[in-house]
Ligand binder design. Structure first.
Ligand code: BGC
Length: 468
């Protein structure tokens, strides 16, 4: 387990670690906003006289903004660079955080939450993209997953901030406004990091690309820098096209199925019903309001701890194995939650079972689907089309997030809580099968190698067809 840290210590260098950590602040913004609103809403409701519909909009408009943010940044990651897109994302985030904190009515708050969403959507895919393009293959899993660690830390931090400001005058304004700090940290931090070698090579700035790669691999005895540079140049050369319709060519299709499938299932196993509604679910077990909020913190801590385990294991055990183990685990947890809510006897005699199942669920998500989705979409697509393909996968992820989050309470109403968990169990089984049959191992392979494997046959067929 210590392999990743040891390798990073022996062969990583200060620049690589610094840029990976700064880029991962993007994940912190994402996580913080995911978590902060549930607590803040309790106070916004009264202060701004928000109806239930208004409250739903305050929560979900961020997800709509994120879908659009991902779409816009697909272009800006190519045109303006990964680096400057992230600087802009941090700056917009800081402005939107202040705007939210100073909102005097519901429409103003909804407007600034939308702006926040634009920034979160952007950060959510440019962060993994940036880190995957600066990392050597054997450290890529752990470094890209710093981002997921930042997401889960952001969620936990938001619970603690909600708790800290619950009795301070201004309550929700502080909870939302304090997010200006990570926004500024991201914007300022990103100004200090270099462009990725791949983006520079794509722009024909070869000398700079080589220079940055050399700096990133200084002290790294394990990487053949010449070989890495050559592979990158070749990949850039062969993948010059970058139009949206190239996403749907036969060569791209198998890659897109994996990316979009992971995006869809990451949300449709119900993770955010747990993140957003954990207190509500726990209250359903007979706990008081404050008791259920306190127990939610356990869920947040479990999420962070098991993401750390994932960071340490992804480059050793491999993505696929963790994905399958994690998905099997969360399927069992979902079935247990279904049975729990279905059986009055269990609810009466074993109310702790719900908390255990929730913690087991989140631990399983955290070692598998949580980090693996973001990691894989940064690995499987060819350079020339990467930003568009990652953006599409990210948009599907945010759209699925929006659908699941906005339908959970209604669906529970229709088919009962146990029914809802059984539906998620069924979806998790389908997810497991999809991963088992479709998702390749990407550990310790160059980005070029992975793509060749996924589309190799078709690429040859197409090239042969073109020559005839
Ligand atoms: C997901 C989020 C989720 C978070 C929970 C992320 O990978 O994309 O939707 O809230 O994990 O840890």
């Amino acid at each position: 387990m210590a392999g990743f840290i040891k390798d990073l210590r022996d062969n990583g260098n200060a620049l690589l670690i610094r840029v990976s950590v700064i880029a991962a602040i993007g994940g912190l913004l994402f996580g913080y906003d995911t978590g902060v609103i549930s607590g803040a809403l309790l106070y916004i409701k009264g202060d701004l006289h928000a109806s239930s519909t208004a409250q739903e909009w305050i929560v979900s408009v961020l997800l709509l903004g994120a879908i659009l943010g991902a779409a816009i940044s697909a272009y800006s990651a190519d045109l303006a660079s990964r680096k400057w897109t992230k600087v802009a994302s941090g700056a917009v985030y800081a402005i939107a955080a202040i705007g939210c904190a100073l909102s005097v009515n519901v429409p103003m708050l909804i407007g600034f939450r939308f702006l926040l969403g634009l920034s979160v959507g952007t950060a959510s895919f440019v962060s993994p993209m940036y880190v995957s393009e600066v990392s050597p293959p054997r450290l890529r899993g752990g470094l890209v997953s710093f981002n997921q660690l930042a997401v889960t830390s952001g969620i936990l931090l938001s619970y603690l901030v909600d708790f800290a400001f619950a009795n301070v005058p201004g309550t929700w304004r502080w909870m939302l406004g304090i997010a200006v700090l990570p926004g500024l940290a991201l914007a300022i931090g990103m100004i200090t990091v270099p462009h990725t070698p791949r983006w520079l090579a794509e722009r024909g700035r070869d000398d700079e690309a080589r220079d940055v790669l050399d700096r990133l691999r200084e002290n790294d005895d394990e990487t053949d820098v010449d070989g890495e540079y050559k592979d990158m140049e070749e990949a850039v050369e062969s993948e010059k096209s970058s139009r949206v319709r190239d996403l749907f060519t036969p060569v791209m299709r198998p890659l897109l199925v994996v990316g979009v499938g992971l995006a869809f299932f990451q949300q449709f196993v119900g993770v955010n019903t747990v993140i957003y509604y954990a207190p509500t679910i726990l209250q359903g077990t007979g706990l008081t309001k404050s008791g259920s909020i306190a127990q939610t913190v356990f869920v947040g801590v479990t999420n962070v701890v098991f993401t750390i385990v994932a960071v340490l294991l992804l480059d050793r055990v491999g993505r696929r194995k963790l994905l399958l183990i994690g998905t099997a685990g969360l399927t069992v947890a979902l079935a247990v939650l279904g049975v729990y809510f279905w059986s009055p006897g269990l609810q009466h005699h074993a109310s702790y079972l719900a908390l255990i199942a929730l913690m087991f669920y989140i631990a399983s998500f955290a070692i598998g689907l949580g980090p693996v989705f973001w990691l894989m979409i940064s690995e499987i697509f060819p350079t020339g089309i990467r930003s568009k393909a990652m953006a599409l996968s990210t948009m599907v992820n945010w759209a699925a997030n929006f659908i699941v989050a906005s339908s959970f309470l209604t669906v529970t109403h229709w088919i009962t809580r146990e029914g809802t968990f059984f539906v998620y169990t069924g979806l998790a089984v389908v997810a497991f099968l999809f991963f088992a049959f479709r998702v390749p191992e990407t550990r310790d392979r160059s980005l070029e190698d992975i793509q060749n494997d996924l589309v190799g046959d078709r690429r040859d067929t197409l090239q042969a067809a073109n020559q005839n």
